[in-house]
Design a protein around this ligand. Structure first.
Ligand SMILES: Nc1nc2c(ncn2[C@@H]2O[C@H](COP(=O)(O)OP(=O)(O)OP(=O)(O)O)[C@@H](O)[C@H]2O)c(=O)[nH]1
Ligand SMILES: [Zn+2]
Length: 189
């Protein structure tokens, strides 16, 4: 489904009126259309399935850690529709013959981020989509983010970082594997 631009434009116009603005003044005339185009972009992940990216499989023999760290992402808090953003770190231990393209890990993060979201859901959705499609020995996803809903309003705590993790397979059962990957990720450095 495409976004309904007409509906978004009407809604933004109504919000501007409701907060006491004049939606017909020069600076705001194009705003409903701009916001609509922006929403189409930042919510494009609603139409995407992260599992589709893991169709690219290389039959390599590598059966040790693969980690793509510091993947920047931007998402929209589903409670307030303001941004939260930060970095995601995605690692997995492939089974022989089931190695995916590195960019696909970042593409999955992007697809899942571009929706009204919770940080926890981004974290486990990426982990579970890799587990399901690549069936690796293990997966770890760590996400660190700053939430504008905690920064610019409400509790107003700029700089507070939320860290979430999802560990699956070997990273759950083997403390040494988990310790190694967490130290390589080096949260907050
Ligand atoms: N678990 C979780 N909570 C989030 C996330 N993003 C925002 N929140 C929180 O969602 C909660 C919504 O709380 P409510 O009490 O329903 O809304 P509110 O009155 O606007 O809350 P305040 O932000 O405390 O002013 C807040 O505590 C936010 O910090 C997220 O990704 N994960
Ligand atoms: Zn929020």
């Amino acid at each position: 489904m495409e976004v309904d631009h007409e509906k978004i434009r009407q809604a933004v116009r109504m919000i501007l009126e409701a907060v006491g603005e004049d939606p017909d003044r020069e600076g705001l005339k194009e705003t409903p259309a701009r916001v609509s185009r922006m929403y189409e972009e930042v919510f494009s992940g609603i139409q995407e399935d992260p599992e589709e990216y893991f169709g690219t499989i290389f039959s390599e023999d590598h059966e040790e850690l693969v980690l793509v760290k510091d993947i920047p992402f931007f998402s929209m808090c589903e409670h307030h529709l303001v941004p939260f953003f930060g970095k995601a770190h995605v690692g997995y231990i492939p089974k022989s013959g089931r190695v995916t393209g590195l960019s696909k890990l970042a593409r999955a993060v992007e697809a899942v981020s571009r929706r009204p979201q919770l940080q926890e859901r981004i974290t486990y959705t990426v982990a579970d989509s890799i587990m399901k499609t690549l069936q690796p020995h293990g997966v770890v996803v760590v996400v660190e983010a700053e939430h504008m809903c905690m920064t610019m309003r409400g509790v107003k705590k700029p700089g507070a970082k939320t860290v979430t993790s999802a560990v699956r397979g070997a990273f759950e059962t083997d403390p040494a594997a988990r310790a190694e990957v967490f130290s390589l990720i080096g949260i907050g450095k």
